[in-house]
Design a protein around this ligand. Structure first.
Ligand code: ZN
Ligand code: ZN
Ligand code: ZN
Ligand code: ZN
Length: 327
């Protein structure tokens, strides 16, 4: 973590600017622009030169040249590698937000705002689940694929396992959680949970890294290790996971890096996390975040609300707390 502890306003536009600059950085290190001389011996090598894996700023003809050049390159390399890493870390996920496959509205951040159906491997919003229950009285039908929902218990696991065998990343993450919590007749088994979460993450569901990070914080199935926890939270965050931002922000805040903490919280707020908004509010109250930071956070949260709010979801939430989708 860098010792960046100033009080300047971090706006979401700045985060975007950083984000945008990644393409510039990438372009600046494209093969066309890279020096085609070895940084150590100066020999021209064309395609045979290998670039420094950490900073991608310089090229070498071989490992010997790289080692010989290391003392003078080390500082610049570390600095640039850290910059590249921060660009990736503070980039707001560019992939489209998850939408409900039925109403096509953005899925709420809050857990109770949607449910995972193991029959089709879809996450469906509380509004659509409620509408299905209300209109057909068929509480046991999946609102998306209309097959009878598996009854809680072994059947859920059997259904989900089929999706795991089909390499469904989301289902793999959920089965991991079933083991973590000892649900649906499965034994509580964190070793098994971690194995499934790692597999889910490798299959592209990077939010599974968040779960792994939590196990490192709590010492479940692994030794407690805050460094490793932070590493996995960062992997999750870079993959688009919003839950990780609140924890990463707290870690930076505790380390005195308020500016970096605010950047994490701001991304959390854009993703719909009310907890991150509260953190920015508190930092504003004690003078560590500017009024401008807080105003921008409020605006970002309002934008999120506009995207997730619907009459159907409001109706569901008013009917029962189990459909609550906004804090
Ligand atoms: Zn050389
Ligand atoms: Zn380098
Ligand atoms: Zn929906
Ligand atoms: Zn289904």
């Amino acid at each position: 973590m860098s010792k960046n502890n100033n009080n300047t306003a971090v706006d979401i536009d700045t985060v975007d600017d950083i984000t945008n600059s990644i393409s510039k950085v990438d372009m600046s290190i494209s093969d066309d622009d890279m020096p085609d001389r070895c940084a150590n011996c100066g020999k021209e090598g064309g395609d045979s030169l290998k670039s420094c894996a950490a900073c991608k700023l310089v090229k070498y003809c071989n490992r010997e040249c790289q080692i010989a050049h290391r003392p003078q390159h080390k500082k610049e390399c570390k600095k640039h590698a850290a910059e590249l890493r921060d660009i990736a870390l503070f980039k707001y996920p560019t992939q489209k937000e998850d939408d409900c496959p039925i109403c096509f509205l953005r899925l709420p951040f809050l857990d109770t705002g949607s449910m995972f159906y193991s029959c089709c491997g879809k996450r469906i919003c509380c509004g659509c689940i409620y509408a299905m229950d209300k209109n057909t009285n068929a509480t046991s039908l999946c609102p998306f694929c209309r097959v009878p929902s598996p009854t809680p218990g072994e059947e859920v696991v059997k259904c989900a396992m089929k999706r795991v065998d089909a390499c469904d990343a989301v289902a793999t993450r959920f089965v991991g959680s079933y083991y973590h919590n000892g649900m649906y007749g499965l034994p509580q088994d964190d070793t098994k949970a971690l194995e499934l979460w790692h597999r889910a993450a490798e299959l592209g569901h990077t939010a599974a890294y968040f779960k792994i990070g939590c196990n490192y914080v709590n010492g479940q199935g692994v030794d407690r290790d805050m460094k490793k926890a932070e590493h996995y939270y960062e992997l999750a965050a870079m993959g688009g996971d919003i839950d990780s931002r609140l924890l990463l922000g707290a870690l930076e805040q505790n380390a005195g890096n308020t500016n970096r903490a605010i950047k994490h919280y701001m991304i959390g707020v854009r993703g719909g996390d009310n907890g991150s908004l509260i953190q920015i509010e508190c930092l504003n109250l004690d003078g560590r975040a500017t009024k401008d930071d807080y105003t921008k956070a409020l605006r970002a949260y309002q934008k999120y609300l506009n995207e997730v709010k619907s009459r159907q979801r409001d109706e569901a939430a008013a009917f029962d707390d189990k459909y609550k989708y906004i804090d």
